[in-house]
Ligand binder design. Structure first.
Ligand SMILES: O=C(O)CCC(=O)C(=O)O
Length: 283
């Protein structure tokens, strides 16, 4: 995985974005306020609020939904204590609105990312995870460039460009792969195209920023309890703005219609038969 020091971040990021290749900007965010938050600061800022924590989408059989369903309702401060103690679990908070839950903390980072020469949508999406938890492999349905900045621990990210979708056994009509990366050894025989898979692997440390280009598949393993924040970059060409608008509307509609009774099960059946026809193996 290409990487660069903070002093070269602007030029290296510009080049990577032009070429649509990932890059790690090591230590780019080491002076951000979020990089000095402790678990105790976070627990204090959220007070007594509770949230639905999410687990492993594969374990819950939620193979085609974008947002896995919550597996437990938990006090946020209790969850942060678990992360601080580095307890192993599958519990995650995915695309979490920490700004709404902890408004007393400084969440303004758009201008800091602006130093890279891009404009980001000013909506921070936070990702928390316990040691050993995973975000299943997917790409983001709105087809935008992403900047993910990491804090308070380590996570491992695998990245694959869109040309790898067949080798990843993309489930037709979804942004998901049928491959459970948490159990690669047991699925390797069934999904033999994995042999041809080519991609990148990187371990992120506190203060690192990862550029994830549009449509890039990403799989995340939390090596310790930790969190990140992702910002979406506004499209910079008319063509990409149009594709983002189209995929955003289609993806949002898909999420909404899946709430209607029977739709999720019907979609799952349709996708399973399309999958078997395309790859010659059952989903
Ligand atoms: O870090 C994670 O757990 C997932 C990040 C992600 O999916 C994203 O930023 O789009």
């Amino acid at each position: 995985m290409p990487e660069c020091a903070p002093s070269h971040a602007h030029d290296a990021f510009r080049q990577a974005r032009l070429q649509q290749k990932p890059i790690v900007l090591r230590g780019f965010a080491s002076d951000w306020p979020a990089n000095s938050w402790t678990w105790r600061d976070l627990a204090r800022a959220v007070g007594s609020q509770s949230v639905g924590v999410r687990g492993s989408a594969f374990a819950n059989g939620q193979s085609t939904t974008f947002f896995p369903k919550p597996i437990a309702q938990k006090r946020l401060s209790t969850y942060f204590e678990q992360l601080q103690a580095n307890e192993a679990s599958s519990e995650r908070l995915f695309a979490f609105n920490l700004r709404a839950k902890a408004p007393s903390l400084p969440h303004e980072n758009a201008h800091r990312l602006g130093r890279l020469g891009c404009r980001v949508v000013n909506i921070p999406a936070y990702f928390f995870g316990a040691r050993g938890s995973e975000t299943r492999i997917h790409y983001d349905f709105d087809w935008v460039d992403l900047l993910l900045t990491h804090f308070l621990g380590q996570k491992r990210v695998l990245l694959f460009d869109p040309s790898q979708s067949e080798n990843l056994y993309q489930i037709p009509g979804t942004v998901h792969s049928a491959v459970d990366f948490g159990n690669l050894e047991s699925v390797a025989a069934r999904f033999d195209r994995l042999r041809y898979l080519q991609g990148y692997e990187v371990v992120l440390n506190p203060g690192d920023t990862l550029f994830i280009p549009k449509g890039y598949w990403h799989h995340v393993t939390y090596l310790t309890g930790s969190f990140s924040v992702t910002y979406r970059i506004w499209p910079n060409t008319l063509g990409s703005a149009f594709k983002t608008a189209r995929t955003f509307v289609a993806g949002s509609l898909d999420i909404l219609i899946n709430y209607l009774p029977g739709v999720a099960a019907w979609q799952a059946r349709r996708r399973a038969s399309a999958f078997a026809a395309r790859y010659g193996v059952p989903l």
